[in-house]
Ligand binder design. Structure first.
Ligand SMILES: C[S@@+](CC[C@H](N)C(=O)[O-])C[C@H]1O[C@@H](n2cnc3c(N)ncnc32)[C@H](O)[C@@H]1O
Length: 252
């Protein structure tokens, strides 16, 4: 067994995360770079240090999970989504999967509120609990909200001179929960799943498996919205048909 394969086993023991289901070249490059920067020349030596030092392990988890997000990321896609949501029932059931620091579920709540479609709380999940704590706090610095229309800032945030805080009544419309897309059960009877900029990190068989589980989690007619870098060339679209770029509808 090569050393990175050994490391993936040790990492699973430490964190419960199965790295073999993520694309290896990217992951190996990112994690080996970090290991080298911390002065360890082998994975066994690094793992010994990770077992003893929670800060080092958290840093590695940050490197592995890539938690960047934005409000209304790729705004033109959200314009399309708005039109699709208008055709849904009065209170759509929505899941923001791999939500990172929360910009995506907050964008969804703002959109649903403006469309008067807010009923069920939006389910917002991620594998990384630390990032979910930050998401639930709903505090963002001015750089993080720079792309957000002033209308949303005025209506849904307060500013204390340093940070923008999402209003409590917006936060109450989201249920944050830890969820591993590779291991955990999926919810069902959903009208909309938003899962963006995470499938790209997985191997093709894993992506195919997740697509099938997403399809089953939707109601017939429900929508799956994926990231603008995510394409499913050569894959089966299980009971899903494209309705717009990066959006798929469950058929039956
Ligand atoms: C780049 S962020 C995407 C954030 C947001 N969806 C967006 O597009 O702006 C990727 C997120 O996927 C999460 N993630 C990685 N592996 C995961 C898994 N197996 N299950 C659930 N979330 C995962 C990471 O923790 C990270 O927060």
């Amino acid at each position: 067994m090569d050393e990175f394969a050994w490391f993936m086993g040790a990492f699973r023991q430490l964190t419960g995360i199965d790295l073999t289901r993520y694309k290896r070249p990217q992951m190996e490059r990112r994690l080996t770079n970090l290991r080298d920067r911390r002065g360890f020349s082998s994975f066994p030596a690094y793992v010994q240090a990770l077992e003893a030092d929670g800060t080092l392990l958290n840093e590695l988890l940050d490197k592995m999970t890539i938690n960047v997000s934005e409000f209304f990321r790729n705004p033109e896609r959200w314009d399309t989504l708005r039109n699709l949501v208008c055709d849904m029932g009065a209170t759509p059931r929505v899941w923001s999967a791999a939500c990172a620091t929360g910009e995506e579920p907050y964008s969804l709540v703002m959109m649903l509120s403006e469309l008067r479609r807010m009923g069920h709380p939006v389910l917002a999940t991620d594998i990384d609990e630390r990032v979910l704590d930050r998401a639930a706090a709903g505090r963002y610095d001015p750089l993080q909200v720079r792309g957000l229309d002033k209308h949303y800032l005025d209506r849904y945030f307060s500013f204390d001179g340093r940070e923008y805080q999402v209003h409590a009544d917006v936060r109450e419309n989201i249920r944050f929960q830890k969820h591993n897309l590779l291991e955990d059960d999926y919810p069902n009877a959903l009208d909309l799943i938003v899962c963006r900029n995470v499938l790209i990190y997985f191997t093709d068989p894993t992506k195919q498996d997740i697509l099938e589980r997403f399809s089953n989690a939707l109601k017939p007619g429900g929508i799956l919205f994926v990231g603008s870098t995510e394409q499913f060339f050569g894959m089966k679209l299980p009971n899903l048909a494209p309705v717009a770029p990066f959006m798929y509808r469950r058929l039956s």
